[in-house]
Design a protein around this ligand. Sequence first.
Ligand SMILES: Cc1cc2nc3c(=O)[nH]c(=O)nc-3n(C[C@H](O)[C@H](O)[C@H](O)COP(=O)(O)O)c2cc1C
Length: 455
Amino acid sequence: MSKRKRELHLGLMFWAGGTHPSGWRHPSSHADAAFDIAFLQHVTQLAEKAKFDFLFLGDRLASDHRLQATNPSQMSRLEPFVSGASLAAATSHIGIVATANPTYYDPHNVARLFASLDHLSEGRASWNLVTGADEIAAANFSREAHWDTEKRYDWADEFVSVVKGLWDSDAVTPLDHKGRYFDVAGPLNIRRPPQGHPVILHAGTSDRSRELGARDADVIFAGQADIESAKAYYADIKARARKYGRDGDEIAILPGLTPIVAETTEEAVAIFDQLNAFIALDAEGDAGEAGRFGSLGRMGKRRNLAAVSEAIGVDVRDRDRDAAVDPQVLADANEPGRRLFADITRLTRRDVHGANRITYRDLIIGLTGIGAAVVGNAREVADHIELWFEERAADGFNIFPAYVPASVEAFTSLVVPELQRRGIYRTDYSGRSFRDHLGLAKPENSLARRAAAAE
Ligand SMILES: Cc1cc2nc3c(=O)[nH]c(=O)nc-3n(C[C@H](O)[C@H](O)[C@H](O)COP(=O)(O)O)c2cc1C
């Protein structure tokens, strides 16, 4: 990547019913999206037409009825390798990212699954290596408890080195791995993948996650919602990569971003408001944790004025939710509160003064809403993306489509051409494999090197 002009990378986070908590309720959404393979293929083709680097199939290993109220297409859905294979068959260039959580897998299976996906997609497979968000998954795998962070990452560290070794065994060279957790003879019964090693993507937040990402990942899916924390995360990962003898530019750091875009700013804000109007608020009472998921699967706060009061440091519990916010509330707000107001103004263009006022409902939605987002016309959305890219807060974005397929169509038809006009995003693929899109060479075969050194 360092050898060629720095270029933006885009992935599509594929939640078939949309990533916005009420995206699935948007009139244009498809009610049974998660099980309609023709629909999944169509959306993947839209991303490929816009020259996206990859389609991202996140995954969890448990069902949770609480997702019914926010993202039903996440509660019940297809398994990522099987759907990934069918999406690969319907496309020719876009990278296909499937999630496999080492905590509940065996390295031999993972190596074989990704090698197979890489062969049948002709070099487009990618492993989203996550150590698992779901405590409840343990109960599905004959475990008493979900392992703690240290154990999960100790296991994952050795796991990934075994998987890479098995890919390098090329169906002939024994691996003879004997480690703390795994004894694996090898070779793997499949030819070395076309990419050598399928692209490794990683997502997590802890110190151990950063180490694993800096050492082993080609792409990091990051969760920071504001530019300052994203810049700090970015600099930290690139510095850690150098510690492992890697060029920081070899790793693409892609935060999630929900773009709400339309021909005009006013239309985009209207779509944003329409989606948010479908979000069910909670009764007033205490501010405690709601029994539902927020962004990125974290448990959400209650959507009420008690939660807002706690967050901004001003008691607004007795206000009318649909009334304009008293400017004194902003004047009295703490620092996180002022940031919340600024973020709402950035997204809705409403303020505490003038004709277009922030309401208390806006504060509730803003607090518990949708994570990192940008709302506006093509130029405004492209400005946001370009700023993060130029400021080295991001090497690109994992695009969260708020409602599907219309928000994918809007982004690819309006924002992508604008990014291309600015010369920061490709107008065509320069190669066929996912590694080509990232500007990464095929890794050397470690077992072949070892054998050559022994001769
Ligand atoms: C941006 C992002 C995306 C994630 N995607 C998934 C996923 O698809 N499946 C999953 O099981 N966990 C996912 N996770 C959770 C991580 O696997 C991990 O369990 C969690 O972040 C806690 O580990 P940590 O302490 O290292 O962050 C994701 C985390 C982040 C930050």
